[in-house]
Design a protein around this ligand. Structure first.
Ligand SMILES: C[S@@+](CC[C@H](N)C(=O)[O-])C[C@H]1O[C@@H](n2cnc3c(N)ncnc32)[C@H](O)[C@@H]1O
Length: 196
């Protein structure tokens, strides 16, 4: 419900990062943690989307959104740490606001590399830990417990840039930026693309 109601607002704040990262996606895409379909608008009409979405409460809204956008949707109820797709089978993998929530982001990135074809791309828009010593970083530390409780284990304290850069991709392009929402711990973000 939260992501259905707030999706437009969150997307409006993140559009700078997403527009760059999710441009020119191919006809067939794998998405980690699709939620209720925030990123369907970036797919070409008629695209085939394999959604790795372990939360069954997201599925009905995700299906409705796929119908609206004309997306051919296939949902896999598995976690990103164990994707049930063959090696080198995906042209592109995308994620937004997911690596903050998964239990083991390094394992998820290893799975992304495994399923991507050589030169396939992983495009992401995520929120990350702020620079040490800044007010945003303090807020991320102070609010970590209630934040994780409200947002299903989400952490605002992950250095995802370093994690993606050291995950073994051939090339990585990461654009850090700041949004200005009232959800201060969420405001430090990255978007970019890693090539397998
Ligand atoms: C904060 S929501 C973001 C949803 C959507 N990507 C968006 O930008 O609105 C996080 C999503 O990741 C999913 N998720 C949580 N743990 C996961 C895991 N281990 N593997 C894949 N998806 C996961 C959740 O079910 C949820 O849909």
């Amino acid at each position: 419900m939260f992501f259905s109601v707030m999706g437009g607002y969150i997307n409006w704040h993140m559009q700078q990062g997403k527009t760059g990262a999710f441009t020119d996606l191919p006809h067939s895409v794998v998405e980690l943690g699709s939620g209720v379909g925030a990123n369907l608008r970036y797919l070409p009409t008629g695209a085939h989307l394999i959604a790795i979405e372990p939360n069954p409460y997201m599925h009905a809204r995700l299906r409705r959104a796929a119908n609206r956008y004309g997306i051919d949707l296939e949902i896999r109820s598995v976690v990103g740490e164990r994707i049930d797709l063959p090696d080198a089978s995906a042209q592109a993998v995308i994620s937004s606001l997911v690596l903050c929530t998964v239990n083991d982001p390094a394992a998820v990135l290893a799975e992304v590399r495994r399923i991507l074809v050589p030169a396939g791309r992983f495009s992401f828009a995520e929120h990350v830990a702020a620079k040490p010593g800044t007010p945003t970083r303090w807020s991320q530390r102070l609010l970590r417990r209630p934040w994780a409780w409200v947002f299903e284990g989400c952490s605002c304290e992950r250095d995802l840039s370093s994690l993606i850069a050291s995950a073994g991709f051939t090339s990585v392009d990461i654009n850090p930026y700041r949004i200005h929402s009232p959800f201060v711990p969420f405001n430090t973000q990255i978007a970019g693309t890693a090539v397998a």
